[in-house]
Design a protein around this ligand. Structure first.
Ligand code: HEM
Ligand code: HEM
Ligand SMILES: [Fe+2]
Length: 448
């Protein structure tokens, strides 16, 4: 760690990991309701559990992105964070808004739109906190060195804030409501968050492979261009059945198919840099998460996304378990794994120790990733059966759910393994270092 204020990232990572654990607890509770339909139905109905699960995911990922930004910005900008105190204050505000929303849900207080259920006051506090974060990090950058990495990162974060503003606009007309709703839900994960992903990936690759910055930067610009070109009009794949004009069927199908390309470019980018690189970085676990993220994002977003994105296929699969299968693997690969990768990379330096507990960390990687894959397969099979029985044969929705029980049991089982792996990960990065530093390993240089 070269700059003192990089340590600002630490509390962000801690809060993010606590909420990650909580997200999985709610996921397990929701999955239990699929197996035992009356599970906690009085104490916490399914829609509340589900809302808590998805909200926690988004909130901890955003806190994770902030932590990553505070960590890398001083190195990239060659400048200390403008105001560490503002960062801590802004984290506290964000956490209060998140916790407040979570508690409100338990009392049935919410705004009803998926992912945007936060009560209005919480939305306002989230906005204020995020603007403070943008102010703090942008100023750090503007007063220091501007690189492709910190500029693409800040562009992604600023655009995320701009599109978030649509959360405040909720027309009464349901078709219009959905139309604007996707401007956040889709354009975040398939547009502006991709810029954040590409920048973080680029940062990790520069640090760990030793490949020239110029090479990484060229890739970065290509990926950003591809992501925005395909992702914006790709929103059309959510405009098939909500009452929008028919031209969205070809536009959505074509542009969302093109969305696969930036994800493909990112996986090629990551593996190519890894093979080309000269540096043998001691943090093997961080490299594993980095490559894993690019690969799983390609499958989860690219392959599982393409599977149901053409309008004449989506006609059958819309809103089935296929969607849930894709949602899980895409979010996990693109964003969860990447944030875990940055944490794995940064923590030893924040704690000023050599990479440690690496073996445990890599076990967490393999168990968590295998379990998420297995969950994706069970949901995909469930979705295929569901699509056929419901949309082809026209069977009744609840009758079909009985047919799917085995898949739901298996999904619950894989969830337990994800939970165990998450605890292993948290232990690996935060607990005392156990490993002896091998005599052969050299100290990290300031650049790594
Ligand atoms: C990291 C990137 C991505 C993430 C995190 C993601 C996540 C999600 C989630 C959570 C949903 C469900 C939304 C809801 O109905 O509430 C969804 C829907 C969908 N996604 Fe993605 N996605 C990503 C990329 C892609 C890509 C690249 C494609 C196309 C190639 C795609 C195609 C679709 C389609 C067609 C739907 C609608 C499914 C339906 O009609 O039920 N996604 N995505
Ligand atoms: C880090 C890992 C995870 C991520 C990124 C994640 C993400 C998501 C997302 C995006 C949704 C909304 C899906 C949609 O609208 O189509 C969702 C719903 C859900 N998740 Fe997770 N989740 C994760 C882990 C888990 C775990 C471990 C379980 C437990 C088995 C779980 C169980 C559920 C359930 C039951 C739902 C509700 C699905 C429905 O409405 O039918 N998730 N999750
Ligand atoms: Fe989408």
């Amino acid at each position: 760690m070269k700059y003192e204020t990089q340590k600002v990232a630490l509390p962000f990572f801690m809060v993010a990991m606590a909420l990650f654990a909580l997200q999985i607890v709610f996921g397990l509770a929701a999955a239990a309701a699929y197996v035992w339909p009356h599970f906690m139905s009085e104490a916490m109905p399914f829609h509340i559990t589900r809302t808590s699960h998805t909200n926690l995911l988004i909130v901890w990922l955003l806190i994770g992105f902030m932590g990553c930004t505070y960590y890398l910005m001083p190195e990239e900008a060659e400048n200390e964070i403008y105001s560490p105190n503002l960062a801590y204050f802004q984290l506290a505000l964000f956490a209060i808004a998140g916790a407040g929303a979570l508690i409100s849900y338990q009392f049935g207080i919410h705004e009803g739109r998926h992912y945007l259920e936060q009560p209005l006051w919480a939305k306002v506090v989230i906005t204020v906190s995020f603007l403070m974060f943008l102010f703090n990090t942008s100023l750090t950058m503007l007063k220091g060195r501007r690189t492709a990495i910190n500029m693409v990162l800040m562009l992604g974060l600023w655009l995320a804030a701009v599109f978030w503003l649509f959360a405040f606009y909720n027309p009464d007309n349901l078709a219009l409501d959905k139309l604007w709703w996707w401007w956040i839900v889709h354009i975040w994960v398939e547009g502006v968050w991709e810029l954040i992903m590409a920048a973080l990936l680029g940062y990790l690759l520069i640090k760990m492979t030793g490949v020239d910055r110029e090479v990484i930067e060229k890739w970065l610009y290509v990926i950003v261009g591809l992501a925005l070109f395909s992702g914006l009009l790709g929103t059309g794949h959510h405009y098939y059945w909500i009452g929008t004009p028919a031209y969205w069927q070809p536009i959505g199908s074509i542009f969302s198919t093109l969305e696969v390309i930036p994800f493909f470019a990112m996986v090629v980018f990551a593996f190519y840099m890894f093979w080309k690189g000269s540096r043998n970085h001691p943090n093997k676990a961080a490299m594993l998460w980095t490559l894993g993220s690019a690969a799983v994002a390609f499958f989860g977003a690219g392959v599982w996304g393409f599977m149901h994105t053409l309008s004449w296929i989506n006609y059958y699969t819309h809103g089935t378990q296929i969607t849930a299968a894709h949602g899980h693997l895409a979010f996990y690969g693109a964003y969860v794994m990447l944030v875990l990768g940055v944490i794995t990379y940064a923590m030893p330096q924040l704690r000023r120790v050599q990479p440690y507990n690496q073996v445990l960390n890599m076990w967490a990687f393999w168990i968590m990733t295998s379990a998420m894959w297995f969950m994706t397969f069970t949901l995909t099979f469930a979705g295929v059966v569901q699509t056929h029985l419901q949309r082809v044969l026209g069977m009744n929705f609840m009758q079909i759910q009985e047919q799917l029980e085995l898949f739901y049991i298996m999904r619950f089982g894989t969830g337990i393994f994800v939970g165990i792996a998450a605890l292993m990960f948290i232990y690996a990065v935060f607990a005392p270092a156990r490993e002896q530093v091998p005599a052969t390993s050299r100290p990290l240089t300031a650049n790594e």
